[in-house]
Write a protein that binds this ligand. Sequence first.
Ligand code: ATP
Length: 271
Amino acid sequence: MVSIEVQNAYVDFPIFDAKTRSLKKRVLGKVGGKIGTDAKVPIIEALQDVSLSLKDGDRVGLVGHNGAGKSTLLRLLSGIYEPTRGTARVVGKVAPVFDLGIGMDPEISGYENIMIRGLFLGMTRKQMEKRVDDIADFTELGDYLQMPLRTYSTGMRVRLALGVVTTIDPEILILDEGIGAVDAAFLNKARDRLVDLVRRSGLLVFASHADDLLLELCTTAIWMDEGRMRKQGSLREVLTAYKGRDPYENMSAEMLARLGAEPAVAGKGGE
Ligand SMILES: Nc1ncnc2c1ncn2[C@@H]1O[C@H](COP(=O)(O)OP(=O)(O)OP(=O)(O)O)[C@@H](O)[C@H]1O
C-alpha cells in the first residue's frame, strides 16, 4: 500500500551569496516564499509547518501563486529534499515528473531516449521494449525517432517525453505543471492518456495553474500560500477559495460535459 505522511515539515534554503542589506524584512509582494533575515545568512522559508497524510487512491491538486512552495513540496514528497525540521515518510515507488526534459540525452536518438527516460521513471528494460512502438506512434515523430534528440524542436521533445511519461505504471505519481507547455492540439491528444495514467497510478499529487487539467485529474486540493498550507479540501472548494469564484463558472459546455459536471449555481461557492 502506498502512503505519504508529512508532519510539521519545514524546508529552508539558506542563501549564502545574497545582498543582505538590500533585503526587506519580509517579502512584500504577492510572489515568492518568505525570506527570514534574522539569522546571519538570509533564509528562504520555502515550506513551513506542513502536515499531510495521503493514501492510495488520493488525487491531490496543489495550487498557489508563484513561489508559494508547490514545487518544493513536490520535491519533499519525492525524497529529493529532506525536511529541515519535521518528518516526511513516503511508502511506495515515486515517479517524479517535474521537467519533461530531465533524463534525456541530446546526443542519442529519440528511440534510445524513450528507453532511458522509461528506466529513469522506474520501468524495466523489458517493460519499455513492449511499449516503445506505442510511444513512437503517439509522438507522430516518424523517422525523426532515429535522429539525435538535439535536432528536435522544443515541441518535438515534449511529445517524446509525454509519450514516455504517459506509458508508465507509477505507484506514486508526482506531476509538476511542465506538461501544460505542450501545444493545445497535442495536449488534447495527450489528455486521454494522462487521464489513463492517473487512473493507473496509486496516488497522484499534481501542481498546476491550469484549472481544467486539475479538474480533470484531481478530486481534492491543497492551497499553498507563502510556504504554508492555507486550505485543504475538495478541489472545487479549494479552487473557489483560491480564485474567489467557482471554477465551473464560465466553463464551456464541452468542458463541463467532459468533466461530467453540473454547471455552477450563481452565488453558490464550493460543492
Ligand atoms: N533551490 C532553491 N534555492 C533557494 N530558494 C529556492 C529554491 N527553490 C525554491 N526556492 C524558493 O522557495 C520558494 C518556493 O518556491 P517553489 O518553487 O516551491 O514555488 P512554486 O509554488 O512551485 O512556484 P511556481 O508556481 O512559480 O512554480 C520561493 O520563494 C523560491 O524562491
